[in-house]
Design a protein around this ligand. Structure first.
Ligand code: GTP
Ligand code: MG
Length: 472
């Protein structure tokens, strides 16, 4: 069994939850898991064919009725019926939780589902807590922590690419990236252990090898962190913020990205008074594009609030687009915005309105900031493809790359391990005895167990599974 149990998530209980959304729908599903799952449903379900559910074979479907009082045989009196249903029987251990499970598929009305849930719970079944089914799958070793994480990501995915990466992760019990890190750490640890425990024996041990090993561990940690960053970007989209002075054409550019008239465009400065975002896929890569309010001198309360929000969006951006109007001379606001944007890791200057007589050239912008300049007309669409290509390049994503969804906890563990490696390198450089380095590796081995979910505190488990919805 994996980890320490979470309080309130007792594994002995039989649990039930609505697995479908609480909305009127064609079908609603209630799932039940635990030792009494079959017996409980047997009590409240009248099968249309004479049959004892507790003896039903695994992976069989049974038609019948959920009834208000204890079940009998044959077509029940209509007054007794809560709903007509199909019941699926899945027997341990080949189920999602590895326990006996039953799913009741009835009509998707909210009242119907509540009545069925109430009926189930009256048989001594506990309402499942968030993520409790997946938690059981994890505790019983059917899913690893990394797989459990991918389940949450799959459910939350809002893009096809994000879902694709999550489902791929779900298929791997031990992702190669994690395994290669584990192998390297174990190799290093056993080398230092041997040196510590059998110092007098002639063991081939070289400090140079240890140094190399640490370097390899660091690069594998780096690869994991990169893969995790990519997974999040596939899921959430590249955060791309459009900024610039009022009337520069930010909203026109935003609409152009989305290929629709999503926001209001006008020749009055200060049209956009809020931060507006939408997602668009460019060559299959999701971008969260953000339109912001233009920077202005005027300082009424609403404008100030809008400018504040715009600035906040900029500061979180993966990529910023500084939009300038090519048909009007650059003023101090333009220059200020250009400089601020150029200070960000990934910025592009967009010289807009190039369909009008030109006042500003790309060269002029280049004298102010050293970032790529794209000349375009958001109004007519000229130059958009060049801009999009730069964004795609900046996103740094391509479909074949490794990805891995890690929880915030796992990401912190990785950071901690990276620090430990740096410490070990430092100790070696300072000529400390190998025992000291060995201790650091011992800690790395412990951290590894946290990363893979072999050793988990209740607090961490709870933070991971409480993120799930009830019924998953
Ligand atoms: N000729 C031409 N006009 C443009 C272009 N892009 C935008 N405009 C015009 O410029 C004016 C301002 O455009 P918006 O997109 O509203 O500008 P904005 O930067 O969002 O302005 P605020 O929201 O007020 O900060 C509108 O009249 C647009 O039609 C362009 O490429 N060429
Ligand atoms: Mg606007």
């Amino acid at each position: 069994m994996n980890g320490n149990a979470i309080k309130g998530y007792d594994l002995e209980d039989t649990i039930a939850a609505r697995a479908t959304a609480p909305l009127p729908a064609a079908i609603g599903v209630i799932r039940i898991s635990g030792p009494r799952a079959l017996a409980v449903v047997n009590e409240i379900f009248v099968p249309s064919r004479k049959k004892d559910l507790t003896r039903a074979r695994s992976f069989t479907l049974h038609h019948g009725w959920i009834v208000r009082d204890s079940a009998g045989e044959g077509l029940p009196d209509p007054d007794r019926i809560i709903d007509e249903a199909v019941v699926s029987v899945m027997r341990a251990p080949r189920t999602y939780t590895t326990e006996d499970m039953v799913e009741i598929s009835c009509h998707g009305g909210t009242v119907v589902l509540e009545s069925v849930m109430e009926r189930v719970c009256r048989q001594g079944v506990r309402v499942a807590r968030p993520g409790e089914f997946t938690y059981r799958a994890f505790m019983h070793g059917r899913l690893t922590l990394v797989q459990a994480e991918s389940v949450a990501e799959l459910i939350e995915a809002s893009t096809e690419a994000g879902a694709g990466h999550a489902v791929r992760q779900l298929q791997q019990r031990h992702p190669a990236l994690l395994e290669s890190l584990r192998a390297k750490i174990m190799e290093l640890y056993s080398a230092t252990q041997a040196a510590v425990n059998f110092p007098e024996e002639d063991i081939h041990f070289s400090l140079e090898k240890v140094r190399e090993g640490i370097e390899q561990v660091r690069s594998r940690i780096g690869a994991l962190r990169e893969a995790s960053r990519r997974a999040r970007t596939w899921k959430e989209g590249v955060y791309c913020v459009i900024c610039g002075k009022t009337n520069a054409g930010k909203s026109t550019l935003f609409n152009r990205f989305l290929r629709e008239d999503r926001v209001i465009v006008s020749n009055l400065p200060g049209t956009t008074r809020d931060v507006i975002q939408d997602t668009v896929a460019l060559d299959g890569i999701p971008f969260r594009v953000v339109d912001t309010a233009g920077l202005v001198d005027r300082r009424d309360a609403v404008t100030s609030a809008a400018v504040e929000k715009s600035r906040e969006a900029w500061s979180n951006a993966d990529i910023v687009l500084a939009v300038c109007d090519a048909s009007a001379a650059l003023d101090r606001h333009d220059k200020e915005i250009l400089r601020e944007c150029a200070a960000r890791p990934k910025a592009v200057a967009v010289l807009n309105k190039c369909d009008l007589p030109r006042v500003v050239s790309a060269e002029e912008i280049k004298t102010i900031v050293d970032i790529p300049v794209i000349e375009l007309s958001a109004l007519e669409g000229e130059g958009m493809r060049t801009l999009e290509q730069i964004l795609i390049r900046y996103a740094g994503l391509s479909p074949g790359q490794d990805t891995i969804f890690l929880s915030q906890f796992q990401r912190q563990v990785l950071e901690g391990m990276e620090q430990k490696c740096a410490d070990a390198e430092e100790y070696l450089a300072q000529g400390h005895p190998i025992d000291v380095v060995d201790l650091v590796f011992r800690e790395c081995v412990d951290e590894l167990a946290k990363l893979t979910g072999e050793v988990m505190s209740e607090e961490v488990l709870s933070s991971i599974f409480s993120r799930f919805c009830v019924g998953k």
